[in-house]
Every structure is written in C-alpha cells, then in structure tokens.
Ligand binder design. Structure first.
Ligand code: SAH
Length: 253
C-alpha cells in the first residue's frame, strides 16, 4: 500500500496523527527533500529505507513505489499534497499498475503562514475569497489565470513558488488593480524554527524581498485582510439568530 502523506509546512508537530503513525510503520519513505523537515524521519523504524526524491525522476519514484506492494510505503510531500504536489501523475501511474494508494492530507504552508501572521484570510466586508496561485516559471500558468486578471478581484491572494519573481509580480498586481498601499507580507519558512515574517505593502514588496534576500521557500500574501479594517462576523453577532443560537437582541418587526 502506498500512502501520499502531507508532511505539513515545516514544524515537526504539524503533521497529522495519521501521517505520523504511517511514518512510524513505513518500510519505505520517499520524501521531498527540498522542503520536508528531515526531523520528521527520526521516528521511522531503523529498518526503514529512506529516499530523498529531490534528485529523482518521476519514473524512479514510481519504480520505488511499485517495487514491493506488500510493504507500507510513504511518499512524503510538503504541506498538503494537493497543492503543487505533482501527485496526480504518480497516482495515475500507480492506478495503471494496479497498485492501491491513499492520500493523507496535511497542513498546507498557506495555513501555516496565516497562523504565523495571526491573520484571517476571509474577513467580512474585506474579502471572502482566497486565491491560491503562482507566477508562471518553468511550469506555465494558463493565460486566463494570469496574475493581472486575478488581481482585479482584489481578494486575498497567496502566491506560491513566486518569491524569485517579485518585481514582475508587483507590476502585475498593480496593473490588475491592487492599490500600492495594499498590505502584503512575505513569510519565509512558515512554522520552521528559522521562520521569518516581513510585513510590507504591494508597492514595497520587491524591495522587501530584495533587502531580505528572499528568493525561495516563501509565500507572498496580499490583501486588505492583513490590514486593520473589517466588520464583525454575523456568526457571533448578538443581534443575529442562527441554527444554534437565538438572538439576545432580536430587532422588532
Ligand atoms: N504542497 C505545498 C506547496 C508545495 S510548492 C503546500 O501545501 O504548502 C512549494 C512552495 O510552497 C514553495 O516554493 C513556497 O512558495 C511554498 N512553501 C512550502 N512550504 C513553505 C513554508 N514552510 N513557508 C513558506 N512557503 C512555503
């Protein structure tokens, strides 16, 4: 059985209970060495074969995954495997070979970054939408998803895989409609012991990244949810009834 396991954003205790148990039981672990915290491997059995996939091809990874179906094999991905995890191509090859697999979710780095920023991505009257995206790099982005057009919504935007392209990013964000003064943040290695947080604005994002030498392992977060203005939520509003609570101050009529 093959398990695609989300390792979480970095801190060793942010893997799920199920993911940690599977790592302890695994006969083989193949981990994404560029971003998975290697300390997570300390609880593996002494007999466990451990491979770093950073230098491997898809075919080499799948060869290991299909090698011995009687074993418990963990394919350990950073954050949550569904976000830029390149798992579909692995799952499809396993399915073709008749090999059973299961995906175990993880805490994505965009959630880790929100926690580190004490941020709520969805604030009433500010933004009720989170756009998770990236600038095109070696992997192209479909033209209809270009940053400029996504920026027209001025929703909360979280950018993966983009910290080496911040100058272009800023041009696109501004061309799309975010005012230069829109709050922004860079979170480097969210939840790792050497995490760094930089709060800035859209207009100053590129300078901030350059001055702090941020070129990888970072998320860029943009939007007014990082500011201070918002409306209180209806959920806890004393004037508002819902399924679980009667309003204490029900307006008449
Ligand atoms: N599946 C992962 C994302 C993999 S893509 C997830 O759910 O988080 C790799 C990109 O994710 C990196 O280039 C960086 O932009 C971001 N990333 C991953 N871990 C991070 C962390 N701890 N802090 C900040 N960014 C991170």
């Amino acid at each position: 059985m093959v398990y695609f396991v989300g390792a979480g954003p970095g801190a060793v205790d942010l893997i799920t209970v199920k993911g940690a148990r599977l790592l302890q039981e695994a006969d083989t672990v193949i981990y994404a060495g560029s971003l998975v915290n290697p300390q997570l491997l300390h609880n593996c059995k002494s007999t466990c074969d451990i491979y770093n996939s950073a230098s491997m091809t898809l075919e080499e990874v799948v060869a290991l995954l299909t090698e011995n179906t009687a074993k418990t094999i963990v394919r350990l991905h950073t954050g949550d495997p569904s976000i830029y995890g390149a798992i579909k191509e692995q799952m499809d090859l396993l399915a073709e070979n008749g090999i059973e697999f299961e995906v175990v979710p993880g805490v994505s780095s965009f959630c880790g970054a929100a926690a580190s920023l004490n941020a709520e991505y969805t604030l009433p009257a500010v933004s009720q939408t989170v756009i998770l995206t990236r600038m095109a790099g070696k992997t192209p982005v479909p033209e209809k998803e270009n940053i400029r057009s996504l920026a027209t919504h001025q929703a909360t935007m979280v950018l993966f895989l983009t910290s080496s392209l911040v100058t272009q990013l800023v041009d696109e964000l501004i061309a799309g409609g975010y005012p230069k003064a829109t709050p922004a943040a860079i979170v480097y290695k969210a939840t790792w012991p050497d995490e760094k947080i930089f709060r800035t604005t859209v207009g100053d994002l590129a300078t901030c990244a350059q001055e702090n030498h941020i070129t990888k392992t970072a998320l860029i977060i943009v939007g007014n949810v990082l500011g201070n203005d918002y409306e209180l939520s209806k959920l806890y509003d004393k004037n508002f009834s819902h399924e679980y609570r009667q309003a204490t101050n029900q307006p008449k009529g």
